[in-house]
Design a protein around this ligand. Sequence first.
Ligand code: G1P
Length: 290
Amino acid sequence: MRVRKAVIPAAGLGTRFLPATKAVPKEMLPIIDVPTIQYIVKEAADSGIEDVIFVTGRGKNAIIDHFDYYPELEEKLEQQGKRDLLAALRETSSMAKVVSIRQQEPRGLGDAVLCARELVGDEPFVVLLGDDLVDSAVPCARQMIDVFEQYNKSVVALMRVPTDEVSSFGICGGEPLGERAYNLDTMMEKPAVHDAPSNLAIVGRYILKPSIFGYLERVDPGPGKELQLTDAMALMMAEEGFVGCEITGERYDTGDKFGFLQANIAFGLKRRDIAPRLRAYMRDILQQEI
Ligand code: G1P
């Protein structure tokens, strides 16, 4: 069955970015002039996704507004002949059909996915985590949908990380299945370095069969009463199998201050309107430091 729907959890409080996130959802913090969440929705749309389901919480209305139509502003930009801005504005409201549902309490990623159950229905779907920005020639979600279509099993995105970072990620182990694909036999959420089965870390992209909802109901909440998606995926892996897809591309952790800055610089260096000045500026300040 074709993957048409995306679930984007966006209920987190964004405490790592306070005070910026006191009144502004962290998903709306921009990489240059585009909110991080727009890159995520664009990746989904470019991967063939038609419907986007945001799982939100209190204070997140700006996300929904961002992907809505804004006819008054469109009219103004049209009158002023600001074509580029008009095109950029129209893109935000035409990328995908967007709906939202609220997660009543922040009870973890697994619970956020479970909140989308009715809206997803009985079909496979992609989950995209907003903090993981992946810049790649083939959109990350598309790479995974291709693997899903090949093996007809749920798929998780993987990337190798330095050993000392394994305890910050979900980590998987398994046997190679094909090019960049693994038949997984182990999944652990943030293991200690000596327990980790490999350095293949889960990047925040998942293609899940709808049977995941049943597994989510079966797992017990972990530390902080959070329902871990990884725990439900491990159950699914044992009963139905699970494929890991080692993705290609550059990953930025925009939920981390340094990762956010890195993404701004990397994306700035790719922008024709900004790159020459940014490059010259960076050269200057680096010379001053030497
Ligand atoms: C979540 C997942 C984890 C994954 C990570 C990727 O963790 O639970 O398995 O490796 O995203 O960013 P979080 O960073 O939200 O704690």
